[in-house]
Design a protein around this ligand. Structure first.
Ligand SMILES: C[S@@+](CC[C@H](N)C(=O)[O-])C[C@H]1O[C@@H](n2cnc3c(N)ncnc32)[C@H](O)[C@@H]1O
Length: 440
């Protein structure tokens, strides 16, 4: 009997190619999607985006479903077949694609992109997946697990992340906090102070930052963004930069120690300029330093902000050269899971020791770089205690200031003397801020 002709579906083909790049070659979902969906119609681009984002977010849960349905470990399957099955599972368990369409389109995709020989296997496994809906699978998979395990499955998070969140959040907020990671935020724009007015951004003003606005659609449709007088930045990042600018400190130049790609530098440069000071933006990676320079391009001279390529752990300037230093250190990024759907499954607890050592070195270098009486803002885009309070606890030669007192308009942001923002409370990334004054 001859089989029906295979049908190529543009959106699913793009979604598969993007998934292969993410899980085969380490690509970032958002960047790869933006690149690959260019030729698609708006409807196909939206479908491909949902396929990739949704599949990446729930990947760990879907892998458990697929392994059960296949009756074998995923590593015994070809990686490309696993990616096809993940796409099919998302359509079956989380999208409104009718079962027969989800299965036949995914089998066609597998046959065309991988080979006719895998079509039967993909068909058989997806039929098993389709025997239950997501609540049914959740029931089956969480049989015998504890509360944390069930929460991890329900909200599609790895268990170690749920464990970390439960150390820093009251129990009754946990579910809400984890669920908030599964909702992509509306894009947030920010002006470069002194170069643009917030009204130029359109959209809805940010709740607390005086510089931002939430606005759907392509940011480059805004003239101020195209001209470098505004940019894209989460409100949480705007707030931590504002807190550093508000702290009382001696006169002198400001330093952004880990500046790439330059979002906070661009805001700080305007605030420094309004205070009559200059910003030096330093970044280790030359390609990221170029992005920083791009984000600062609209500031006119004299006193233009300066971009340098330098290893922040080996300061290339004299001790105490700056009055304010931002140490927005490399971190797990677990506070920005809303915007990076794949990263919760890519990050591992084994990443922590190396990052924590680097964060401690960078904080020590930031303290070395600031003059006595000057301010260091230690910032992470992660609420994980190992990267936040535990790193700050190791700092010497400084006095801890009350960071929440520098953002009095933001409710529920205080965690002792630290600021900890949360997507479910503030609609921002989960930014952490400590303000430290160097001893005299
Ligand atoms: C969290 S990101 C900074 C984000 C940036 N502040 C912004 O708002 O756009 C951390 C940056 O630190 C850089 N970095 C990593 N190791 C560094 C080092 N030893 N010295 C300076 N920068 C470093 C990374 O390349 C990355 O660009």
């Amino acid at each position: 009997m001859s089989r029906p002709a295979r049908r190529r579906d543009a959106a699913r083909t793009v979604a598969f190619t993007v998934l292969r790049e993410i899980w085969g070659n380490g690509a970032y979902a958002n960047l790869e999607l933006a690149r690959q969906r260019k030729g698609l119609s708006p409807a196909d681009a939206a479908f491909a985006t949902e396929l990739v984002s949704g599949t990446c977010r729930a990947l760990g849960s879907y892998d458990l479903v697929i392994a059960r349905a296949a009756g074998r470990a995923l590593k015994s399957l070809q990686p490309a077949v696993v990616d096809v099955l993940r796409l099919g599972t998302h359509q079956l368990l989380a999208m409104r694609v009718p079962t027969h369409a989800a299965i036949s389109a995914t089998v066609d995709l597998a046959a065309l992109e991988i080979g006719e020989r895998v079509a039967g296997l993909v068909n058989a496994i997806l039929r098993r997946v389709a025997e239950r809906d997501w609540p049914g699978w959740l029931e089956l998979l969480s049989d015998g697990t504890d509360e944390v395990g069930r929460l991890a499955l329900t909200t599609h998070h790895p268990r170690w992340v749920v464990d970390a969140w439960s150390q820093v959040l009251p129990g009754h907020e946990l579910l809400q906090a984890l669920a908030a990671d599964n909702v992509a935020p509306a894009p947030c724009l920010v002006v470069r102070p002194g170069l643009a007015e917030r009204a130029e951004l359109g959209g809805t003003p940010t709740r607390w930052s005086p510089f931002g606005a939430h606005r759907d659609g392509d940011p480059s449709a805004v003239a101020a963004v195209r001209e470098g007088r505004a940019g894209v930045q989460d409100e949480g990042s705007q707030l931590v930069a504002l807190a550093l600018a508000r702290a009382s400190a001696p006169a002198g130049a400001w330093l952004d120690l880990c500046a790439g790609p330059g979002g906070k530098s661009a805001l700080l440069a305007g605030l420094a300029r309004q205070a009559g000071e200059r910003l030096v933006a330093s970044e280790l990676q030359p390609h990221r330093a170029r992005l920083v320079a791009g984000s600062l391009r609209a500031y006119p001279g004299p006193n233009r902000p300066v971009t340098v390529v330098a290893d922040g752990t080996l300061p290339a300037w004299r001790e105490g050269a700056f009055s304010r230093v931002l140490a927005d250190v490399p971190c797990t990024g677990l506070g920005a899971l809303r915007r990076r759907p794949e990263s919760r499954w890519r990050r591992k607890p084994t990443d922590l020791p190396g990052l924590v050592a680097l964060q401690s070195e960078l904080l020590a270098a930031a303290i070395y770089s600031v003059q006595p009486g000057g301010i260091v803002a230690y910032v992470t885009c992660s609420p994980h205690p190992a990267e936040t309070v535990e790193v700050v606890a190791g700092a010497t030669g400084v006095q801890l200031l009350s960071a929440p007192e520098h953002l009095p308009e933001v409710p529920d942001a205080a965690s002792g003397d630290f600021v900890q923002l949360w997507p479910h409370r503030h609609g921002t990334d989960a930014m952490f801020l400590a303000l430290l004054r160097r001893n005299g």
